[in-house]
Ligand binder design. Structure first.
Ligand SMILES: COc1cc(/C=C/C(=O)SCCNC(=O)CCNC(=O)[C@H](O)C(C)(C)COP(=O)(O)OP(=O)(O)OC[C@H]2O[C@@H](n3cnc4c(N)ncnc43)[C@H](O)[C@@H]2OP(=O)(O)O)ccc1O
Ligand SMILES: O=C(O)CCC(=O)C(=O)O
Ligand SMILES: [Fe+2]
Length: 377
């Protein structure tokens, strides 16, 4: 292929996937992507083959059947400090609710391009749901091998009101997403309570509440079967900007978490391309929990938001369902005063308007933990 033809092919693929709103799923279904298109080819340093996989480390699996057990609280806060990631089991969310939301994700992507396109970002009838691809396609050098459908769970005024705009959510997955968020809410609340309690925050006032939870966002991430997974990334190295993320993954696998080294803890994590990556194996009924940047800021680095990434595979598609719990856009986040009491440590982060922080995150491709520099003093 001449360079000119290659460029034409490149722009045609982006046009088809992004601008014509077919998504990556549309490209894969078209049968045209028998080899990985150039704009999905990651630089060598970002490929699975060039990362060092940790063979002996694993992230903790915590049984949360008894939230009153002090050892559960200790395990959670220790995991949030040491790994930034853990899995919870016996959390009380019925297994059918979990399997139904995964099946519903497959059902959404199994639809025709026309049906999915109705929800494409900018065309969707409600801003509380949209379909898109990669991460921020307008800002990325290389696209990620992922589509996502994202919902904003914005509660109505009345106690029993359905979330704003949910009458416009796709019928193939609407009820399953609603059931999942409703069942997850008490678990999210408990996790936030435990993490704050261990920071000595006794009075969870309205301002702190706002910093913990605006309206959660739920995504149905879809990583199609990939012709050359060794060259691609499903989601590139990033930390979440949330306070907490609860991630449900199907039984495929593909998620890796960066191992925190002790020296990282002392000098503030300096990641880059080195270090070891810990696979997060799917565990039946488990939910992966991770600390996001907002929690790292509020806890002054006691809890760590940790880089993670996911790779696609050659044999089949993969689904994951994160619930991002984070501040409202107009909340100001900063180090909680309780964390600085005693006066030994200085605040490592300034206070920032969360919508400025999120705008910065979405204005660039994934770049590990660099987003945090936006708030670092
Ligand atoms: C897509 O691939 C991804 C995504 C991620 C995401 C990781 C996270 O940690 S997201 C956590 C952020 N969410 C929360 O903390 C939940 C509570 N708050 C909100 O949802 C708020 O919307 C807000 C995120 C704080 C922003 O509020 P505001 O500034 O008032 O403006 P909005 O209009 O609501 O949003 C601005 C802009 O961002 C888009 N957006 C918001 N969340 C997501 C998201 N999770 N994924 C994709 N896009 C998102 C929103 O649609 C708006 O877009 P415009 O184009 O209309 O400006 C990690 C890794 C990935 O690969
Ligand atoms: O699919 C996964 O396992 C990870 C997804 C993720 O990190 C995200 O959506 O923020
Ligand atoms: Fe993430």
């Amino acid at each position: 292929m001449s360079p000119a033809t290659a460029v034409a092919a490149t722009s045609e693929v982006t046009d088809f996937v992004v601008h014509k709103a077919n998504g990556l799923k549309g490209l894969v279904d078209s049968g045209l992507a028998t080899t990985l298109p150039p704009q999905y080819i990651q630089p060598p340093t970002e490929r699975l083959e060039s990362i060092k996989i940790a063979t002996s480390a694993s992230i903790p699996i915590i049984d949360v059947s008894n939230w009153d057990d002090p050892s559960v609280l200790d395990s959670i806060s220790e995991a949030a400090s040491k790994w930034g990631f853990f899995q919870i089991v016996n959390h009380g969310i019925p297994s059918q609710v979990l399997s139904r939301v995964v099946d519903a994700a497959h059902a959404f992507y199994a639809q025709s391009n026309e049906e999915r396109r109705k929800y494409w970002k900018g065309s969707s009838l409600s801003d509380t749901v949209f379909y898109s691809t990669s991460f921020s396609p307008q800002a990325e050098q290389v696209l990620e091998w992922k589509d996502f459908l994202i919902f904003q769970y914005l509660k109505g005024d009345g106690e029993d009101d359905e979330p704003v705009g949910s009458e416009f959510w796709p019928l193939v997955c609407r009820d399953q997403v609603l059931d999942y968020v409703k069942s997850a809410e008490p678990v999210i609340k408990k996790l936030a309570e435990v993490l704050l309690k261990k920071l000595n925050v006794k009075d969870v006032n309205t301002e702190i509440q706002r910093c913990l939870s605006g309206s959660p966002r739920v995504a149905l991430n879809y990583y199609p079967k990939c012709p050359n997974p060794e060259l691609a990334a499903g989601v590139g190295r990033h930390s979440d900007i949330s306070t907490i993320t609860m991630l449900l993954q199907d039984d495929t696998g593909g998620l890796y978490v960066r191992e925190i080294k002790e020296e990282d803890e002392e000098e503030e994590e300096e990641e880059g391309e080195g270090g070891f990556w810990i696979p997060v194996p799917p565990v039946e009924g488990a939910i992966v929990v991770n600390v996001g940047d907002a929690m790292q800021i509020m806890s002054n680095g006691v809890y760590k938001s940790v880089e993670h990434r996911a790779f696609p595979n050659k044999t089949g598609s993969r689904v994951s369902v994160p619930i991002f719990v984070g501040p409202a856009g107009d909340a100001v986040i900063g180090v909680l005063p309780e964390v600085l009491e005693g006066g030994e440590k200085k605040a490592a982060y300034k206070s920032v308007l969360y919508s400025d922080y999120t705008a910065h995150f979405f204005s660039k491709g994934h770049d590990g933990k660099r987003t945090l520099d936006f708030a670092r003093i």
